[in-house]
Design a protein around this ligand. Sequence first.
Ligand code: NAD
Length: 285
Amino acid sequence: MSARIIDGKKIAAGIREEVREQILRLHEETGRVPGLAAVLVGEDPASATYVRTKTRACQEVGIASRGITPPGDIAQSELLQIIHELNLDPAIHGILVQLPLPKHLHERVVLEAVDTRKDVDGFTFANVGRLVEGQPLFVPCTPAGILELLDREGVAIKGKHAVVVGRSEIVGKPVAFLLLHRHATVTICHSRTSDLTAETRRADILVAAVGRPRLITGDMIKPGAVVVDVGINRVDGKLVGDVDFESAVQVASAITPVPGGVGPMTVAMLLRNTLRALEQSIRDS
Ligand code: NAD
Protein backbone atom coordinates (compact mmCIF):
# COMPACT_ATOMS: atom_id res chain seq x y z
CA MET A 1 0.00 0.00 0.00
CA SER A 2 1.19 3.50 -0.68
CA ALA A 3 -0.41 6.42 1.11
CA ARG A 4 -2.21 9.31 -0.55
CA ILE A 5 0.02 12.37 -0.36
CA ILE A 6 -1.84 15.32 1.13
CA ASP A 7 -0.97 18.34 -0.99
CA GLY A 8 -0.82 21.13 1.57
CA LYS A 9 0.62 23.54 -0.94
CA LYS A 10 -2.39 23.18 -3.23
CA ILE A 11 -4.93 23.31 -0.40
CA ALA A 12 -3.21 26.40 1.06
CA ALA A 13 -3.24 28.09 -2.37
CA GLY A 14 -7.00 27.49 -2.53
CA ILE A 15 -7.49 29.07 0.91
CA ARG A 16 -5.35 32.06 -0.05
CA GLU A 17 -7.52 32.58 -3.11
CA GLU A 18 -10.67 32.40 -0.96
CA VAL A 19 -9.18 34.97 1.44
CA ARG A 20 -8.19 37.23 -1.48
CA GLU A 21 -11.74 37.18 -2.87
CA GLN A 22 -13.26 37.86 0.56
CA ILE A 23 -10.91 40.81 1.11
CA LEU A 24 -11.83 42.22 -2.30
CA ARG A 25 -15.54 41.96 -1.48
CA LEU A 26 -15.10 43.49 1.96
CA HIS A 27 -13.14 46.36 0.46
CA GLU A 28 -15.91 47.01 -2.08
CA GLU A 29 -18.53 47.01 0.67
CA THR A 30 -16.70 48.94 3.41
CA GLY A 31 -13.60 50.56 1.88
CA ARG A 32 -11.50 48.78 4.51
CA VAL A 33 -8.56 46.41 4.09
CA PRO A 34 -7.00 44.22 6.79
CA GLY A 35 -3.68 45.39 8.20
CA LEU A 36 -1.05 43.12 9.75
CA ALA A 37 1.95 44.31 11.75
CA ALA A 38 4.87 41.89 11.94
CA VAL A 39 7.29 42.70 14.75
CA LEU A 40 10.72 41.18 14.17
CA VAL A 41 13.21 41.95 16.93
CA GLY A 42 16.87 41.63 15.94
CA GLU A 43 18.39 39.97 12.92
CA ASP A 44 17.91 36.21 13.29
CA PRO A 45 18.06 35.04 9.64
CA ALA A 46 15.53 32.20 10.03
CA SER A 47 13.02 34.55 11.70
CA ALA A 48 13.62 37.16 9.00
CA THR A 49 12.83 34.55 6.33
CA TYR A 50 9.59 33.53 8.08
CA VAL A 51 8.48 37.15 8.36
CA ARG A 52 9.33 37.81 4.70
CA THR A 53 7.25 34.80 3.64
CA LYS A 54 4.32 36.02 5.71
CA THR A 55 4.45 39.63 4.52
CA ARG A 56 4.76 38.57 0.88
CA ALA A 57 1.72 36.31 1.29
CA CYS A 58 -0.16 39.27 2.79
CA GLN A 59 0.58 41.43 -0.22
CA GLU A 60 -0.69 38.73 -2.59
CA VAL A 61 -4.12 38.62 -0.96
CA GLY A 62 -4.54 42.37 -0.33
CA ILE A 63 -3.57 42.58 3.34
CA ALA A 64 -1.58 45.74 4.12
CA SER A 65 1.45 44.47 5.98
CA ARG A 66 3.79 46.57 8.05
CA GLY A 67 7.20 45.27 9.09
CA ILE A 68 8.52 46.61 12.37
CA THR A 69 12.15 45.71 12.97
CA PRO A 70 13.51 47.03 16.26
CA PRO A 71 17.16 46.25 17.04
CA GLY A 72 18.04 43.08 18.98
CA ASP A 73 19.04 45.09 22.07
CA ILE A 74 15.76 47.03 22.37
CA ALA A 75 14.63 47.56 25.98
CA GLN A 76 11.53 45.63 26.95
CA SER A 77 9.70 48.85 27.88
CA GLU A 78 10.33 50.25 24.39
CA LEU A 79 9.05 47.06 22.74
CA LEU A 80 5.94 47.15 24.92
CA GLN A 81 5.38 50.76 23.83
CA ILE A 82 5.58 49.74 20.15
CA ILE A 83 2.98 47.02 20.74
CA HIS A 84 0.79 49.44 22.68
CA GLU A 85 0.80 51.85 19.74
CA LEU A 86 -0.09 49.03 17.33
CA ASN A 87 -2.94 48.03 19.65
CA LEU A 88 -4.37 51.54 19.25
CA ASP A 89 -3.71 51.85 15.50
CA PRO A 90 -7.03 51.57 13.60
CA ALA A 91 -5.24 50.47 10.39
CA ILE A 92 -3.76 47.43 12.15
CA HIS A 93 -6.04 44.45 12.81
CA GLY A 94 -3.46 41.74 13.44
CA ILE A 95 -0.17 41.86 15.33
CA LEU A 96 2.37 39.09 15.23
CA VAL A 97 5.52 39.04 17.31
CA GLN A 98 8.00 36.70 15.68
CA LEU A 99 9.48 34.20 18.15
CA PRO A 100 11.96 33.48 19.56
CA LEU A 101 12.74 36.86 21.11
CA PRO A 102 16.26 37.76 22.25
CA LYS A 103 17.04 36.33 25.70
CA HIS A 104 16.78 39.61 27.65
CA LEU A 105 13.11 40.00 26.70
CA HIS A 106 10.40 38.22 28.65
CA GLU A 107 8.43 36.38 25.96
CA ARG A 108 5.25 35.95 27.98
CA VAL A 109 5.13 39.60 29.05
CA VAL A 110 5.62 40.74 25.46
CA LEU A 111 2.96 38.38 24.07
CA GLU A 112 0.48 39.43 26.75
CA ALA A 113 0.88 43.05 25.63
CA VAL A 114 -0.87 42.25 22.34
CA ASP A 115 -4.56 43.15 22.34
CA THR A 116 -6.51 39.85 22.38
CA ARG A 117 -8.59 41.10 19.44
CA LYS A 118 -5.44 41.60 17.35
CA ASP A 119 -3.69 38.41 18.53
CA VAL A 120 -3.88 36.61 15.17
CA ASP A 121 -1.30 34.03 16.35
CA GLY A 122 -3.61 33.07 19.21
CA PHE A 123 -0.78 33.10 21.76
CA THR A 124 -2.21 35.34 24.52
CA PHE A 125 -3.48 33.65 27.67
CA ALA A 126 -6.99 34.85 26.87
CA ASN A 127 -6.98 33.21 23.46
CA VAL A 128 -5.39 30.01 24.81
CA GLY A 129 -8.12 29.89 27.46
CA ARG A 130 -10.85 30.39 24.88
CA LEU A 131 -9.41 27.56 22.78
CA VAL A 132 -9.28 25.19 25.77
CA GLU A 133 -12.86 26.13 26.62
CA GLY A 134 -13.95 25.35 23.06
CA GLN A 135 -14.86 28.94 22.19
CA PRO A 136 -11.84 30.12 20.22
CA LEU A 137 -11.34 33.63 18.96
CA PHE A 138 -8.01 33.10 17.19
CA VAL A 139 -6.55 29.61 16.90
CA PRO A 140 -2.75 29.35 16.52
CA CYS A 141 -2.01 29.08 12.82
CA THR A 142 -0.24 25.71 12.59
CA PRO A 143 -2.83 23.76 14.61
CA ALA A 144 -5.64 25.55 12.72
CA GLY A 145 -3.94 24.56 9.46
CA ILE A 146 -3.72 20.91 10.52
CA LEU A 147 -7.46 20.72 11.23
CA GLU A 148 -8.21 22.49 7.96
CA LEU A 149 -6.07 19.96 6.07
CA LEU A 150 -7.87 17.04 7.71
CA ASP A 151 -11.28 18.57 6.95
CA ARG A 152 -10.50 19.40 3.35
CA GLU A 153 -9.15 15.87 2.83
CA GLY A 154 -12.38 14.46 4.23
CA VAL A 155 -10.66 12.74 7.18
CA ALA A 156 -13.24 11.72 9.82
CA ILE A 157 -12.17 12.84 13.31
CA LYS A 158 -15.14 11.99 15.55
CA GLY A 159 -14.56 8.82 17.56
CA LYS A 160 -11.07 8.30 16.14
CA HIS A 161 -7.98 7.83 18.23
CA ALA A 162 -5.65 10.77 17.64
CA VAL A 163 -2.11 10.65 18.96
CA VAL A 164 -0.14 13.90 19.11
CA VAL A 165 3.60 13.58 19.59
CA GLY A 166 4.88 16.82 21.14
CA ARG A 167 3.29 19.05 23.78
CA SER A 168 4.49 22.52 22.83
CA GLU A 169 2.30 25.56 23.43
CA ILE A 170 2.24 26.49 19.74
CA VAL A 171 1.54 23.09 18.15
CA GLY A 172 1.14 19.99 20.35
CA LYS A 173 -1.23 21.26 23.04
CA PRO A 174 -3.52 23.38 20.83
CA VAL A 175 -3.86 20.70 18.15
CA ALA A 176 -4.71 18.16 20.86
CA PHE A 177 -7.52 20.41 22.13
CA LEU A 178 -8.83 21.04 18.62
CA LEU A 179 -8.99 17.29 17.99
CA LEU A 180 -10.63 16.74 21.37
CA HIS A 181 -13.30 19.34 20.60
CA ARG A 182 -13.99 17.44 17.40
CA HIS A 183 -14.64 14.33 19.49
CA ALA A 184 -11.43 12.43 18.87
CA THR A 185 -9.98 10.40 21.74
CA VAL A 186 -6.64 12.12 22.19
CA THR A 187 -3.31 10.90 23.54
CA ILE A 188 -0.48 13.41 23.95
CA CYS A 189 3.07 12.00 23.89
CA HIS A 190 6.27 13.81 24.78
CA SER A 191 9.94 13.32 25.55
CA ARG A 192 9.20 11.37 28.76
CA THR A 193 6.63 9.00 27.22
CA SER A 194 7.93 5.57 28.18
CA ASP A 195 6.86 3.56 25.13
CA LEU A 196 6.28 5.91 22.23
CA THR A 197 5.79 3.13 19.65
CA ALA A 198 3.03 1.51 21.72
CA GLU A 199 1.19 4.84 21.72
CA THR A 200 1.72 5.83 18.10
CA ARG A 201 0.68 2.38 16.85
CA ARG A 202 -2.78 3.00 18.30
CA ALA A 203 -3.31 6.19 16.30
CA ASP A 204 -5.92 6.52 13.57
CA ILE A 205 -4.66 10.08 13.21
CA LEU A 206 -1.01 10.66 14.10
CA VAL A 207 0.35 14.20 14.44
CA ALA A 208 4.12 14.52 14.82
CA ALA A 209 5.30 17.89 16.17
CA VAL A 210 8.61 17.04 17.77
CA GLY A 211 11.52 18.64 15.96
CA ARG A 212 13.47 15.34 15.67
CA PRO A 213 14.24 14.35 12.08
CA ARG A 214 12.52 11.09 11.00
CA LEU A 215 11.70 10.07 14.59
CA ILE A 216 8.47 8.34 13.53
CA THR A 217 9.20 5.35 11.33
CA GLY A 218 6.81 3.12 9.41
CA ASP A 219 6.83 0.38 12.08
CA MET A 220 5.46 2.93 14.59
CA ILE A 221 2.38 3.61 12.47
CA LYS A 222 -0.89 1.68 12.46
CA PRO A 223 -1.70 0.45 8.95
CA GLY A 224 -4.16 2.86 7.33
CA ALA A 225 -3.50 5.76 9.72
CA VAL A 226 -3.54 9.38 8.58
CA VAL A 227 -0.15 10.93 9.35
CA VAL A 228 0.42 14.67 9.75
CA ASP A 229 4.07 15.64 9.86
CA VAL A 230 4.59 19.09 11.38
CA GLY A 231 8.36 18.85 11.76
CA ILE A 232 10.70 21.10 9.86
CA ASN A 233 14.28 19.92 10.29
CA ARG A 234 17.29 20.73 8.19
CA VAL A 235 19.49 17.70 7.55
CA ASP A 236 22.45 18.00 5.18
CA GLY A 237 20.92 21.13 3.68
CA LYS A 238 17.60 19.36 3.02
CA LEU A 239 14.27 19.84 4.78
CA VAL A 240 12.91 16.71 6.44
CA GLY A 241 10.00 16.12 8.77
CA ASP A 242 9.62 14.31 12.07
CA VAL A 243 8.31 11.31 10.12
CA ASP A 244 10.47 8.99 8.07
CA PHE A 245 8.50 9.55 4.88
CA GLU A 246 9.86 6.58 2.88
CA SER A 247 8.80 3.95 5.42
CA ALA A 248 5.66 5.77 6.61
CA VAL A 249 4.21 6.14 3.12
CA GLN A 250 4.11 2.32 2.84
CA VAL A 251 1.90 1.98 5.92
CA ALA A 252 -0.29 5.09 6.21
CA SER A 253 -3.44 5.73 4.18
CA ALA A 254 -2.63 9.44 3.83
CA ILE A 255 0.39 11.52 4.78
CA THR A 256 1.56 15.13 4.59
CA PRO A 257 4.96 15.65 2.95
CA VAL A 258 7.74 17.95 4.17
CA PRO A 259 8.00 20.43 2.61
CA GLY A 260 4.59 21.10 1.06
CA GLY A 261 2.32 19.75 3.80
CA VAL A 262 1.58 21.64 7.00
CA GLY A 263 4.00 24.54 6.36
CA PRO A 264 2.00 26.36 3.65
CA MET A 265 -1.17 25.95 5.73
CA THR A 266 0.35 27.93 8.60
CA VAL A 267 0.74 31.02 6.42
CA ALA A 268 -2.74 30.59 4.90
CA MET A 269 -4.27 30.49 8.40
CA LEU A 270 -2.45 33.67 9.39
CA LEU A 271 -4.03 35.44 6.42
CA ARG A 272 -7.45 34.10 7.32
CA ASN A 273 -7.08 35.09 10.97
CA THR A 274 -6.10 38.63 9.92
CA LEU A 275 -9.17 38.92 7.69
CA ARG A 276 -11.33 37.67 10.57
CA ALA A 277 -9.77 40.26 12.88
CA LEU A 278 -10.91 43.03 10.52
CA GLU A 279 -14.38 41.49 10.17
CA GLN A 280 -14.68 41.32 13.95
CA SER A 281 -13.54 44.93 14.37
CA ILE A 282 -16.18 46.05 11.85
CA ARG A 283 -18.83 44.13 13.79
CA ASP A 284 -17.64 45.68 17.07
CA SER A 285 -17.65 49.28 15.75
P1 NAD B 1 9.13 22.22 20.67
O1 NAD B 1 10.60 21.98 20.68
O2 NAD B 1 8.57 23.40 21.37
O3 NAD B 1 8.40 20.93 21.28
C1 NAD B 1 8.81 19.64 20.92
C2 NAD B 1 8.00 18.63 21.70
O4 NAD B 1 8.43 17.35 21.32
C3 NAD B 1 8.17 18.75 23.21
O5 NAD B 1 6.89 18.79 23.79
C4 NAD B 1 8.90 17.47 23.60
O6 NAD B 1 8.41 16.93 24.82
C5 NAD B 1 8.58 16.54 22.47
N1 NAD B 1 9.68 15.59 22.23
C6 NAD B 1 10.99 15.87 22.08
N2 NAD B 1 11.69 14.74 21.87
C7 NAD B 1 10.79 13.73 21.88
C8 NAD B 1 10.91 12.33 21.72
N3 NAD B 1 12.07 11.74 21.47
N4 NAD B 1 9.77 11.60 21.79
C9 NAD B 1 8.58 12.17 22.01
N5 NAD B 1 8.43 13.50 22.16
C10 NAD B 1 9.52 14.28 22.10
O7 NAD B 1 8.72 22.18 19.14
P2 NAD B 1 7.46 22.82 18.34
O8 NAD B 1 7.57 24.30 18.34
O9 NAD B 1 6.19 22.17 18.73
O10 NAD B 1 7.85 22.33 16.87
C11 NAD B 1 7.93 20.96 16.55
C12 NAD B 1 8.39 20.81 15.11
O11 NAD B 1 7.41 21.41 14.27
C13 NAD B 1 9.71 21.52 14.81
O12 NAD B 1 10.40 20.76 13.83
C14 NAD B 1 9.27 22.83 14.22
O13 NAD B 1 10.22 23.37 13.33
C15 NAD B 1 8.03 22.41 13.48
N6 NAD B 1 7.04 23.47 13.28
C16 NAD B 1 6.51 23.57 12.05
C17 NAD B 1 5.55 24.52 11.81
C18 NAD B 1 4.93 24.58 10.45
O14 NAD B 1 4.39 25.57 10.07
N7 NAD B 1 4.99 23.50 9.69
C19 NAD B 1 5.15 25.40 12.81
C20 NAD B 1 5.69 25.26 14.08
C21 NAD B 1 6.65 24.27 14.31
